[in-house]
Design a protein around this ligand. Structure first.
Ligand SMILES: [Zn+2]
Length: 327
């Protein structure tokens, strides 16, 4: 800016003298001028921005619109996932009830994740998108909680299945002597019930099933368990008793020899000894008993290996035929 020089006539010196405006004054003049310009500009812009959004604002508004739309879509997807999970939960409840006879998860616990207090108060400040975001977050929270509940519930089922598996392996379920090693058909075995005693020749309750087989034929444990006894047991001769848990015990009598010790763990199908003719016995055979909670029960109901249901039923029928037992 070209500087204008001012001159003033001095009546004392009768000369024109150059007027010097102090620097400070000039700064203040400039400042005043720019202030006015600035305030006017701001006022103008404020009016403009109030009624006409800037390109950037337009961009942001478009983004917010898009975001709201996406949040709605997310909410829809979350609702779907929630329905799928509810269906899984329902099937889980049925398995709990039907297979394990247990009460399923409490519905109040399951629904605890839905609604309730306001876990995201900061969203109240978002006038346009707050509700959509809140709804999404709440649904996510509920889903997360229900997923962890469902996962725990499946853990319980798995534990139950495992213990059920253990129970199935432990409860006696096979013949103590392989059927192809027997000297008689399974159909003519001397079974559980009143039989004529071979020595006393009177009707006596026979509390086991006799499996006739050659001396030395392998005898197998009929379920997982622990050897509770392996010794001479008066009339039973050389005898092994296995405790299977769940109230079940099996007795193997008149053995030639046994190859397990008291306290030893045995597996279903494991050889525990050999058929013999020891104790009160008239011919080589295995006398086999199953006790449930101390009471002898019919072992034939527990010889289910490699039998079709029809074969099994005919076996049960024939074993009930009254004949003479071998001990
Ligand atoms: Zn017997």
């Amino acid at each position: 800016m070209g500087r204008k020089e001012k001159f003033v006539y001095n009546i004392h010196t009768l000369t024109y003298e150059k007027v010097v405006i102090p620097f400070k004054t000039r700064i203040w003049q400039a400042f005043g001028f720019f202030s006015v310009v600035l305030v006017t500009a701001i006022a103008l812009l404020a009016v403009l921005y109030t009624y006409f959004p800037s390109p950037r604002e337009k961009e942001l508004l478009r983004e917010i619109d898009q975001m709201s739309y996406k949040y709605e879509q997310l909410n829809g997807q979350l609702d779907m996932m929630s329905k799928v999970l509810a269906n899984i939960q329902e099937r889980d409840a049925n398995v709990h009830r039907a297979v394990f006879g247990m009460n399923p998860m409490d519905q109040d616990v399951w629904k605890a994740g839905v609604g309730g207090h306001n876990p995201h108060p900061e969203l109240s400040a978002f006038k346009y998108s707050g509700q959509a975001i809140r709804s999404t977050l709440e649904k996510m929270d509920a889903l997360g909680l229900q997923l962890s509940l469902q996962s725990k519930s499946l853990d319980t089922i798995q534990q139950l299945a495992n213990s059920q598996q253990q129970m199935l392996a432990s409860i006696p379920s096979i013949k103590p002597v392989r059927e192809d090693k027997l000297q008689k058909s399974m159909n003519v075995l001397s079974g559980f019930g009143y039989r004529i005693h071979p020595v006393y020749k009177v009707k006596k309750f026979h509390q086991g099933v006799d499996f006739p087989a050659r001396i030395g034929t392998a005898i197998q444990a009929t379920g997982d368990g622990v050897v509770a006894e392996a010794s001479w047991h008066s009339g039973y001769g050389q005898c092994v008793r296995i405790s299977h848990g769940y109230g079940y015990e099996t007795w193997y009598a008149h053995m030639n020899r046994f190859n397990v010790r008291v306290g030893e763990k045995v597996k279903k199908g494991q050889k525990i000894g050999e058929v013999g003719d020891t104790g009160l016995s008239t011919a080589p055979h295995l006398h086999y008993e199953i006790h449930h909670r101390g009471v002898p029960i019919n072992p034939i109901n527990f010889c289910m290996d490699k039998l079709t249901p029809v074969e099994y039923q005919s076996l049960v029928n024939s074993a009930n035929t009254a004949n003479q037992s071998l001990d």
